[in-house]
Design a protein around this ligand. Structure first.
Ligand SMILES: NC(=O)CC[C@H](N)C(=O)O
Length: 358
């Protein structure tokens, strides 16, 4: 196996062996603390442009199956792992982790001291990294950040027929699990590109709208905020992760980048109405800034137990709610599944009266 390196922008160097696709890669180095779910993580479009470090030391031991992909084409820039298992054992396994990376065009580095790397990111904050055969001597100067949502959002509308309420899923890089959860609730689903206008959505006549998760800085979508506001003022709306950030921004709030983000399957959030703590799956860098919320407009519904950051919002006049975590889980606990099922129940019960709410 060929030796390779991950060079951080801040100068630290990590050695390992190259796996997966045979090209070098530049990306934002982040880490995920989940103990399982590497397949769902590498196929989650929200990781576009990022190099994921797995904190869990053993990756690949249960292989890759035909069921758990969150998207067809992985969008991430690379992976960094401790021990790579090349002899997977699971009855559903159809290929090895390294084969999946290769076939998806994603390079990786194995045999890395990921514990040290994670500690470095925790103290430095999220940094750029260069993964390749050579140590990087210089980093390319700050070129324009790619518009990741454009790369992962659907180009065409797709419709899934079903007997329940009709949901428009605005695709910023949606995880398949969100679609699966809606279909399981009998929803008919129309998936639309991120730039779909209010008038276009109105012509679809849905019962509710769901703004999906997605990669990058939510401010990259600034141009469309007025449209997202109009959509959410007309239709009952649920926002998940990037979708949550976009709703807050569309109503005048602000977002900021966390030092190293929340990525993993055991992030505790408190539901403020009940005081109950739920364990959630998370994957984000940005958060809505507390002081930027207009308390006449939004109620904060959830807070992160570790850093008290905002995890959920509810509009005080319109049927709009949003969560920073992932109620669809995958991978992660299903403690907050009720948010998706509650949304479907709500749009079903609003029925014909829904427009009168405004
Ligand atoms: N999973 C997501 O939707 C991530 C949202 C956004 N890209 C962030 O990093 O905060």
């Amino acid at each position: 196996m060929e030796q390779g390196y991950l060079t951080l922008e801040t100068g630290e160097l990590f050695e390992g062996v190259l796996i997966g696709a045979e090209h070098d890669s530049l990306g934002e180095v982040v880490f995920n603390t989940s103990m399982t779910g590497y397949q769902e993580i590498i196929t989650d479009p929200s990781y576009a442009g990022q190099i994921i470090t797995f904190c869990y030391p053993l990756i690949g031991n249960y292989g890759i199956n035909a069921l758990d992909n969150e998207s067809i084409t992985p969008a991430l820039a690379g992976v960094v792992i401790g021990d790579l298992c090349e002899t997977p054992s699971h009855y559903q396994s159809i290929e090895k982790f390294s084969e999946k990376l290769k076939q998806a065009g994603v390079p990786g580095l194995a045999g890395v001291d990921t514990r040290l790397l994670v500690k470095t990111i925790r103290s430095r904050g999220t940094v750029k990294g260069y993964l390749g055969r050579e140590k990087a001597i210089a980093f390319p100067s700050q070129e324009q950040t790619p518009f990741w949502v454009e790369k992962v959002s659907t180009k065409e509308q797709q419709f899934f027929k079903n007997r329940g309420p009709h949901v428009v899923l605005v695709d910023f890089g949606y995880k398949k699990s969100i679609l699966t959860a809606l279909l399981a609730e009998n929803c008919a689903v129309t998936i639309v590109p991120y730039h779909t206008t209010f008038e276009q959505i109105k012509s679809i006549q849905p019962d509710g709208v769901l703004f999906s998760n997605g990669p990058g800085d939510p401010m990259a979508l600034k141009k469309w905020f007025p449209e997202y506001k109009k959509i959410s003022q007309y239709f009952p709306t649920l926002g998940i992760c990037l979708g949550h950030q976009l709703i807050a921004l569309a109503y005048g709030a602000k977002t900021e980048k966390l030092t190293y983000g929340h990525r993993g399957g055991n992030h505790p959030v408190k539901e403020l109405a009940t005081g109950k703590v739920k364990i959630t799956a998370q994957n984000h860098s940005y958060v809505v800034i507390d002081e930027s919320i207009d308390s006449k407009v939004f109620e904060v519904t959830y807070r992160n137990v570790n850093d008290r950051s905002i995890e959920g919002l509810k509009h005080k006049h319109y049927p709009i709610q949003s969560v920073q975590f992932h109620p669809e889980a995958h991978p992660g606990p299903s403690d907050t599944e009720y948010i998706l099922t509650g949304f479907v129940r709500e749009i079903a019960s609003l029925g014909e009266t829904k427009y009168a709410v405004k």
